[in-house]
Design a protein around this ligand. Structure first.
Ligand code: ADP
Ligand code: MG
Length: 189
């Protein structure tokens, strides 16, 4: 899709009885889009397969339908994009351009550690949007371990501080839905 979503996912496809850390009511409140009007953020934490990308995508698609400009990419892809802009002297222009998107989704913070330069670029993306436009972030790691991801506890702390100042944080739980959907039929007898 134009906004970069990896797949089309909606709240209708999401089984809220399988993921009890977030209720349908919580979800509906987020999907109303108030966080977008307030330039607030949403953070979805939790182990792999618990529905973080699914819910982030569903919220992103809803924001598009509400008429907002939205961009989705993984943290690694955001870093490539920012590094490309930085290396050609266009970082400020790129950050200004991204500022015109009401919502940026940063999926999969934490799967790969960042180098120092990447951590700095990421910090700039977060700080230029602070109190101006929204972010949805997902991570398999709790905030306490983001220092390892960014290779710098000070940068991580400064970033988390800005992210959570106006944010809703949900920690998803349970076994991977990917394994669940294999079902018992596929297990050897
Ligand atoms: P994560 O990003 O947390 O690793 P995903 O959102 O990619 O997990 O979920 C893995 C797969 O399982 C996706 O195909 C997703 O649509 C599906 N899935 C996860 N949780 C649920 C759920 N509660 N109801 C329906 N499908 C789900
Ligand atoms: Mg994911």
């Amino acid at each position: 899709t134009a906004a970069g979503f990896p797949a089309i996912k909606t709240a209708e496809d999401f089984d809220f009885t399988a993921q009890t850390a977030i209720t349908h009511t919580d979800y509906a409140a987020m999907a109303s889009g108030r966080y977008l009007a307030e330039a607030g953020n949403i953070v979805l934490l939790g182990p792999p397969g618990t529905g973080k990308t699914h819910l982030a995508t569903a919220l992103g698609i809803t924001a598009c339908q509400q008429g907002h400009r939205v961009l989705y990419a993984t943290a690694v892809d955001w870093i490539h994009r920012l590094k490309g802009a930085h290396d050609t002297g266009r970082l400020d222009a790129e950050l200004r351009k991204l500022g015109r998107y009401r919502l940026i989704i940063i999926d999969e913070v934490g799967y790969l550690p960042f180098e120092q330069e990447a951590a700095n670029l990421f910090f700039q993306l977060v700080s230029t949007r602070y109190e101006k436009a929204s972010l949805i972030l997902t991570s398999n790691l709790p905030f306490a371990r983001w220092g390892e991801v960014f290779g710098d506890v000070t940068i991580a702390a400064a970033m988390i501080d800005r992210i959570v100042h106006h944010a809703e944080v949900h920690t998803l739980k349970g076994a991977s839905y990917r394994l669940k959907t294999l079902g018992t039929d596929s297990l050897p007898s």
